[in-house]
Design a protein around this ligand. Structure first.
Ligand SMILES: [Zn+2]
Length: 712
């Protein structure tokens, strides 16, 4: 090594005047660390430290070796002692934070991590990227999605080219995670705040903090600034984002709401108010947990007999996966006795039961533990009622399992205001498909908006949306509440007619956004994407927008853009015929999930025609027909269902015997009479299972979605 080069210890001196005497040993230590031999490295380091106790390089190498050897407390103690004399050292600050995250829960390490962000970000980007990555994991598991995504952006900024791709994928995955309400996904651009001259120095300090991802410290500082500039919506908006990125969603909600009351641009006000409402409704005090109570069971077979005889319990068919994990039976607890077959045939939304809880029975497990029963429901009345029914039926056969210390096992948290919306009709397995279909449609089309319109909301000062309609002071909150409802429906794949609802509530239609041709579509927030004017766009720009919409998976936006694609952009369709065919499939899926069956059939028929016109293979055409079979199975009494079954049987089944085997299986699973029964003998095609052509949903897989929301 050139003795006039800068010393690797980071002292800033030249090697000759610094670590020259131990240079050979330094190389050896580095080699040992690289080969993951921390103990050998430590021996050498400790020997050298006797003569060079304050050598920064040795101190940090020692900490690294100790961390690699999982002796984090020792690493911490050495670093703390060194930092007392050298508080700015970038590597020591980074390593200390790293060691601390191995010792303490990560939320208690925030201070030391933020210190490392400030001191080490430019000099030690890789260590800071690891620390930010740990915060991403923590925020993800805590459900603080905005904070998780913002820290992903920090990681992205600091990583090497190779890791970048992985982080980019993770961010894309985040943006397309329909489990997160869409207004919280994607980027949240910071507003531009212009402070007065007097406030500028403090704002500059805060800027330095949030550039270094110290969001809580930045927000604390801006909290002081806002006391002297309380009417700036941009400042409140900034504080709100900082708090959200720090995972402090309660204070984020408050600041963003404040911003919404100050913005004069209604769209900006609605955007921040929507985020505020979404964050607020998931605060613990605004939610109810669904919990599990466990019982030890004495005789599973006797218990089954008793539960089967209980008129408030309805036994449900088991999914294969449940059987694999040891479930021997599952029941829904109903709010009224299970209706008889004739009652089910004439059921209405009012008469059909609601499910208030679930009971799951588990076989004796492999370790020989006794069989168990799990009763789960929302904490409160529903759990009490479910437990009462179970205990009454089970009698001496089930005893509460010895509880471990602490609280109930929580399955999930539900917003109190969503409970009524989640409360959906329950269909016992023997409910005719026609009745299910009609009631499901009624539920999606009428019931949900009706229930929502009459549910008092805290953000409307306790008024229901229909009461708040026309109230000028509640206009912004009400429009945001409509968007929150849209995100609730969207999470279930259902399109809400937002325009109609806004009109009904006397709310102005959204202001369209004109897009410049060269604009990067990724910079729009998701609510902004919904307002873009698409008709004037070139095919190229439109395609980029479509790509973004496909990532985001907002059903309403996807439906609108895909319709425009196949209906109004013939040149793009010709160029992208495969994508167009996929578009017809997606359009029919979106329509069918929203229970708009007529639209779904129309898209299927258009897709079939398109496929035929483009000379696609027999198998592809069959795929379209199979989709129709599957969708028409929603109403097995409909003559069109029998017609399409016969068409597939005769036209496609004649050439592909496997098709007939699958059709046989399908009608058997549905429990309907096969229309070909009298005419043709059943072919016994071997190996038909797993045939990739078959995409139709059977009744049993469809009912597996029931717990999500829509009953089947
Ligand atoms: Zn040196």
């Amino acid at each position: 090594m050139d003795s006039y080069a800068l010393c690797p210890c980071g002292s800033g001196k030249k090697v000759k005047f610094c670590c020259q005497p131990i240079l050979t040993e330094m190389a050896k230590i580095e080699k040992l660390q690289e080969n993951n031999q921390p103990r050998m490295a430590l021996q050498l380091i400790d020997k050298l430290l006797k003569d060079h106790p304050q050598n920064a390089w040795l101190v940090n190498q020692r900490a690294m070796a100790l961390i690699a050897d999982e002796r984090n407390e020792e690493a911490r103690d050495g670093l703390v002692a060194f930092l007392r004399k050298n508080p700015e050292h970038p590597l020591s600050n980074g390593l200390l934070a790293l060691a601390m995250t191995e010792i303490e829960p990560i939320d208690q390490c925030k201070k030391v991590i933020h210190r490392a962000f400030l001191k080490s970000m430019s000099a030690e980007p890789r260590i800071v990227a690891i620390l930010a990555g740990k915060l991403v994991d923590y925020f993800m598991s805590a459900g603080h999605d905005m904070a998780a995504r913002q820290h992903m952006a920090v990681v992205l900024r600091l990583e090497g080219e190779q890791e970048r791709q992985r982080t980019l994928m993770a961010m894309l995955e985040f943006d397309s995670d329909t489990g997160i309400p869409y207004p919280l996904r994607g980027a949240h651009p910071m507003p531009i705040y212009q402070p007065s001259e007097a406030l500028a120095p403090q704002v500059k300090k805060a800027q330095r903090l949030y550039v270094h991802a110290c969001f809580s410290e930045a927000a604390d500082l801006l909290d002081q600034v806002v006391q002297q500039d309380a009417n700036s919506p941009e400042l409140w908006h900034t504080i709100g984002l900082m708090r959200a990125w720090d995972g402090d969603e309660k204070r984020a909600a408050a600041a963003l709401h404040q911003a919404s009351t100050l913005y004069t641009d209604p769209e900006k006000a609605i955007d921040v108010e929507t985020i505020s409402q979404l964050l607020l409704r998931r605060q613990r005090e605004n939610t109810i947990p669904a919990v599990v109570r466990t019982f030890d069971v004495e005789s599973l077979s006797r218990l089954l007999t008793r539960l089967d005889n209980e008129d408030r319990l309805c036994r449900m068919p088991l999914q294969e996966q449940a059987v694999m994990s040891g479930v021997s039976a599952a029941y829904d607890v109903l709010d009224r006795p299970v209706p008889g077959t004739s009652e089910l045939a004439s059921a209405t939304l009012d008469s059909v039961p609601r499910s208030i809880g679930q009971i799951t029975l588990f076989d004796q497990d492999q370790e020989g533990n006794a069989p168990q029963a799990h009763v789960n429901a929302l904490l409160g009345e529903r759990l009490d009622e479910s437990l009462k029914i179970f205990e009454r039926a089970a009698g001496e056969l089930a005893k509460p399992a010895a509880k471990e210390e602490g609280d109930d096992e929580v399955l999930g948290w539900y917003s109190k205001e969503d409970i009524a919306l989640n409360d959906t009709a329950f269909f016992p397995p023997q409910t005719p498909s026609r009745v299910r279909n009609v009631l499901r449609r009624q539920f999606v089309e009428k019931s949900v908006p009706q229930i929502w319109l009459e549910t008092p909301l805290a953000v409307l000062g306790g008024k229901s949306p229909s009461q708040a309609a026309g109230d000028e002071s509640l206009k912004v909150s009400l429009t945001a509440a409509v968007r929150v409802l849209d995100s609730f429906m969207d999470r279930r794949g259902v399109m809400l007619d937002v325009a109609a609802l806004r009109e009904q509530l006397k709310l102005a239609p959204p202001t369209p956004i004109a897009v410049a041709e060269d604009k990067d579509v990724n910079t729009f927030s998701l609510p902004q994407l919904l307002r873009l004017e698409t008709k004037p766009l070139s095919d190229e720009m439109f395609e980029r927008l479509l790509q973004r919409a496909i990532v985001i998976k907002h059903s309403g936006l996807g439906y609108r853009l895909l319709s425009e694609f196949v209906n109004d952009r013939p040149q793009l369709v010709e160029k992208k015929s495969q994508e167009a065919e996929q578009a017809y499939i997606t359009l029919s899926d979106l329509a069918s999930r929203s229970m708009r069956d007529e639209d779904a059939f129309e898209w299927l028929s258009k897709g079939f025609q398109f496929s035929k016109a483009h000379g696609n293979a027999f198998e592809t055409q069959l795929m379209w027909k199979m989709r129709e079979v599957s969708l028409r199975a929603r109403d097995t009494d409909d003559p069109a269902f029998k017609a399409v079954l016969l068409e597939v049987w005769n036209h496609y089944g004649a050439k592909l015997p496997a098709v007939r085997a699958r059709l046989e299986e399908f009608v058997r699973a549905l429990g309907v009479e096969a229309p070909w029964q009298s005419a043709i003998l059943t072919p016994q095609a071997a190996g038909a299972a797993g045939n990739p052509i078959w995409t139709a949903e059977t009744q049993s897989t469809a009912s597996g979605e029931k717990k999500l929301w829509l009953p089947d």
